[in-house]
Design a protein around this ligand. Structure first.
Ligand code: IPE
Ligand code: IPE
Ligand code: MG
Length: 248
């Protein structure tokens, strides 16, 4: 495995490395179907890809990696697929716990845990606690996550603070809401990648990605490699991010 990019060494270039990369891991189902296998076969192959991508982050200078594992809309899938995915998440967490801890990876989960089964939530909580002291790659897994749902839940908490007299509504501005989002400890993503050829964001990090750079690539998630991520980081280093201002 090679994690080299042209932009991961040296002062000025280092600044151009995306600090936070967020990935919409899409295409597992099509990957499996093209092999005449059930969709869950693709999900298992997809889960195995995550390790290489996480391992690659320190070499690429990526400090925050956020991956979209299950959306608030994915409940619309068949009961067999949803149950298979939930069991895969439980197995993934149990299996990867030690390896991630050994790599100094800190794991956080974003999304609404209320609808998830208790055993899975317990594993998620344990993984967060076990890795809480780790200072390497900050991995965030979006599980039962939807950007609109997140903003709605954040607004509810904010409204409660106003009702309780803890927050002055006149002081609410665009710095206030992010403090109530699931991602409150994370910087906004610099680069959002979506695999599988679909050019949409499917309710991912709606607030946070207002000024992210995007890459929509054809690779199906189970075929995604560290090399490809390196290439996307190199592309990113050539982008001119203006944030509404005028370029140099
Ligand atoms: C992404 O792959 C994984 C999840 C959404 C859970 P898909 O399952 O959406 O794969 P395609 O898009 O059907 O190929
Ligand atoms: C987005 O993929 C969600 C995840 C990758 C977890 P989907 O496959 O669910 O998105 P749509 O339905 O094609 O928009
Ligand atoms: Mg899909």
């Amino acid at each position: 495995m090679s994690c080299d990019t042209e932009n991961n060494e040296g002062g000025e270039d280092k600044k151009r490395t995306p600090q936070h990369v967020a990935i919409i891991m899409d295409g597992n189902g099509r990957w499996a179907q093209s092999r005449g296998r059930p969709r869950l076969f693709g999900h298992h192959a997809g889960a195995r890809r995550v390790r290489e991508v996480v391992e690659c982050c320190p070499h690429l200078g990526i400090r925050y990696l956020t991956i979209f594992a299950f959306s608030t809309e994915n409940w619309k899938r068949t009961q067999v697929e949803v149950a298979g995915l939930m069991s895969l998440f439980r197995r993934y967490i149990s299996k990867e716990m030690k390896a991630l801890a050994a790599q100094d990876v800190r794991v956080r989960f974003i999304g609404d845990r209320v609808r998830l089964d208790k055993k899975l939530v317990h594993l998620m909580d344990t993984m967060e606690v076990e890795t809480a002291g780790n200072v390497g790659t900050q991995l965030t897994i979006a599980l039962n996550y939807g950007g609109r749902d997140e903003v709605a839940r954040a607004t509810k908490r904010l409204a409660r603070d106003v009702a309780d007299g803890k927050l002055d509504p006149d002081l609410v501005d665009e710095e206030t809401l992010p403090k109530y989002l699931d991602t409150y400890v994370l910087p906004d993503p610099d680069l959002v990648v979506r695999t599988s050829g679909e050019a949409r964001i499917s309710n991912f990090l709606l607030w946070q990605s207002a000024y992210s750079e995007y890459e929509f690539i054809d690779t199906l998630w189970p075929d995604f490699t560290a090399e490809e991520l390196g290439r996307l980081c190199a592309n990113y280093s050539n982008r001119d991010r203006r944030f509404g201002a005028v370029g140099p």
